[in-house]
Design a protein around this ligand. Structure first.
Ligand code: CMC
Length: 482
């Protein structure tokens, strides 16, 4: 096939021919945007081979197995593009570096959700709406207030969003009909501004519970990140209190960098859950739950724990040796898509310097630099194409700014809400929403008959004789004997 600059010549066929050697049948599958539809493989049906398990469903079509979605595209999208081999990221065509330098978080959110940069009038309306949807229902505030002071703030964030669904019955397709967001775009836009507006309020509440202080009411005259810092830090001063504008600006850039990242684990969750047409508050709660894990948005927190454990530059080589023998993970390194340095991590280094000028240099940075340099000079990491990702540096900035360690994922999820909403809207607006329902390949026991209790042989579970005794809390007072 003649290929020029990677594009097949006009007379060549943009198709894939697959021959099933079990039957000799060939199918030709169209290649669109360098992708093929997995459903095409269901055409390849075969009789059961000798001794083959019935559970393979062989006569019903070939299945495509891709655990952890290593090479399966879940959607076609117009929102974000990543070139992982070049370390390039753009939203709606605009490179992330330009957005970080020139845009603001709310403007980038508009771009992600609506596809174009807003005009001046559109932008000011957008900001006004979001900053006037920051209050949460008082009963919701009571629910949040009832959480333990030592709860992980992400648990609070997730619980608050799940509860918010109960406070918006008019926005719930389960109550109002499944066409709700197809028919009523203004209702959809209202939920978008409400979710963006309330995300910072919930985040600040999660923090105030930690410090055992009453919630501070949001301020609609401040910028998005200023308002977040205000709600976290405002104490008994008169209304003249304003967060440091340099820190609000640094946080705004960090928010732009975190606003979207195409089909990451939590956005894929948003799309998956959203495909059932459940309300958007429940979708955000589900997506935030996915983000909370240490392999995803919890990595920024894990990086700081790792650097603290390493303790000094002298311990870097022994730590890396443990990583190479798979006893440890180098948090903040590696990415499913990037095979080059994550471009966000380059911008974030500059933000780190901005913040260090205001708050003082974070001492762990020396270990972070030594660790990065040693890893980038080591064949183990370079051959696996493991480079720093955004989480490698973001935690250091949050630490320098004095945020508690377990609050870092909250500072990741709040801006990522824009990406979640952009994907939710894209999916519902497409008119092609179909419930996400992956296949599986069943490799378990074949059909067998139920065995009565007294006829069963005892079998080990997890290499042991059934469940361990599960400890129950029993007070000492109940253990006294007469
Ligand atoms: N430290 C040590 N080894 C690693 C790391 C790491 N951080 N990441 C990957 N590897 C090794 C892995 O053990 C495997 O080695 P081998 O070929 O010998 O089995 C090889 O590199 C390929 O890794 P993989 O597990 O196939 O990679 P993946 O695409 O499944 O995982 C990842 C991607 C981000 C989960 C993983 O790199 C990781 O766990 N990194 C640390 C956690 C982290 O920083 N997460 C934040 C990701 S960026 C922000 C976000 O999306 O949330």
């Amino acid at each position: 096939m003649a290929v020029t600059n990677g594009i097949p010549a006009a007379n060549s066929k943009n198709t894939l021919t697959v021959t099933d050697n079990r039957t000799g049948k060939s199918i030709e599958i169209a290649i669109t945007n360098n992708s093929i539809p997995a459903a095409a493989f269901t055409q390849l049906k075969a009789p059961y081979g000798a001794g083959e398990r019935e559970e393979n469903d062989t006569p019903y079509g070939l299945r495509v197995l891709d655990p952890s979605f290593v090479n399966t595209a879940m959607i076609t999208s117009e929102i974000t593009y990543i070139d992982g081999n070049k370390g390039f990221l753009m939203h709606r065509g605009y490179p992330i570096e330009q957005l970080a330098e020139k845009s603001s978080y709310l403007e980038t959110a508009y771009l992600l959700i609506y596809g174009e940069l807003p005009s001046a009038a559109q932008y000011s309306r957008w900001q006004w709406e979001i900053m006037h949807h920051t209050f949460v229902a008082e009963d919701l505030a009571h629910i949040v207030r009832s959480m333990r002071y030592d709860s992980h703030p992400m648990s609070i964030f997730i619980a608050a969003f799940a509860s918010m669904s109960a406070f918006a019955p008019e926005a719930n397709p389960a109550l109002q009909g499944q066409d709700l967001y197809v028919l009523n775009k203004s209702l959809m836009n209202k939920q978008i501004v409400r979710i963006l507006g309330k995300a910072t309020t919930i985040a600040a509440m999660a923090y105030r519970i930690r410090i055992n202080r009453p919630f501070a009411l949001p301020r609609s005259d401040l910028s998005y990140t200023e308002n977040l810092l205000y709600m976290m830090d405002h104490m008994a001063e008169p209304d003249s209190f304003r967060p440091d504008p340099r820190l609000a600006k640094a946080l705004d850039i960090l928010f732009i960098l975190h606003a979207d990242h195409e089909m990451n684990c939590s956005t894929a969750t948003m799309v998956h859950v959203g495909s059932s047409l459940v309300d958007p508050y429940s979708c955000v709660a589900a997506a935030a739950s996915a983000l909370y894990g240490p392999l995803h948005g919890g990595a920024n927190e894990a990086v700081i724990r790792m650097l603290t454990k390493i303790g000094s530059v002298d311990n870097v080589p022994s730590f890396l040796a443990r990583v190479k023998s798979k006893q440890e993970l180098l948090f903040g390194f590696g990415h499913r898509v990037y095979r080059e340095t994550d471009p966000r991590s380059k911008v974030i280094r500059q933000v780190a310097d901005m913040v260090f000028k205001v708050c003082g240099r974070e001492p762990l940075i020396e270990i972070a630099i030594a660790l990065r340099d040693a890893a980038l000079a080591d064949e183990y990491f370079t051959s696996r194409k493991l480079f720093p990702n955004v989480d490698y540096w973001s935690g250091l900035i949050y630490k320098a700014m004095g945020f508690p360690l377990d609050f870092y994922p909250v500072l990741f999820v709040v801006p990522r809400v824009a990406g979640y909403l952009a994907h939710w809207k894209q999916q519902l607006d497409s008119g092609k929403n179909k419930i996400s329902r992956p296949r599986q390949v069943y490799v378990g026991k074949s059909r067998r008959d139920y065995v009565d209790l007294n006829d069963r042989q005892e079998r080990d579970i997890d290499g042991k004789n059934g469940l361990d005794e599960i400890p129950h809390y029993i007070s000492k007072r109940r253990l006294t004997k007469l």
